[in-house]
Write a protein of this length. Sequence first.
Length: 277
Amino acid sequence: MSTFWQRYKRNRSAVFGLFVILLVILMASTADLLYAFDPFRLAGKPLSGPGLNGFLLGSDSLGRDVAAGIVHGAKTSLLIGLIATLVAVFIGIVFGAFSGYYGGRLDDFLMRITEIFQTIPSFIFAILLVAIMKPSIVSIVIAIAVVSWPGVARLVRGEFLALKNREFVQACHTLGMSDLRIMLREILPNCMSPIIVIGSLMVATAILIESGLAFLGLGDPNIMSWGFQIGAGRTMLRSAWWVCTFPGVAILITVLAINLVGEGLNDALNPRLRERN
């Protein structure tokens, strides 16, 4: 662990990104303490500017506190991003592992399914899925996971193809270990480094997709999110710029920080970069 941290902290931007992510997580986890009231509550005069009428970042057209919405929305965005990524990574590992390990017709069949999903524009497909289902946290997570797993599947397939004929795998066959045990206990642990890197980047993509869906009115109407705030203020961007700007900045900073962390994880876990350093 100490060796990993030594390699990770060489990338100063990655350390800064990690610091920002920890601040966002802290803000999300203490949302009920920072703003104990419902973020949908009409807290005061509508369209109050930042610093006016007791609003730190202003209020929207209904008098809802923009700062409270950002704090509570952080919890929604991070939760959806993390859960959707975990589901997508699980699906991708299943498809990629079986495809790469067994090869042949099964590989062809699973990869054709993967290619079908990759040919469909991701965001449009996500809109279609959420529109078919009732807009909710569950439907958004499902939609994001469905459009995100093919990249993981191809990555895992490539890793399994490279590792399945290695000496340690052949030794496992000689010892009579089952295929499932070999995949889960021998090959998969050796594939985790690139999976962790791509997973961290997928969290950022999931946050962007969720924000886009909420902006279009396809988010859960009963749960505050950054995309919901931007969508609610898009018609008054010139007269009340703060309603859209501050949630947009929150998305920008969070996604940028996650990408920086992903870059740092790649530097620390990529064996080729390790040898270069």
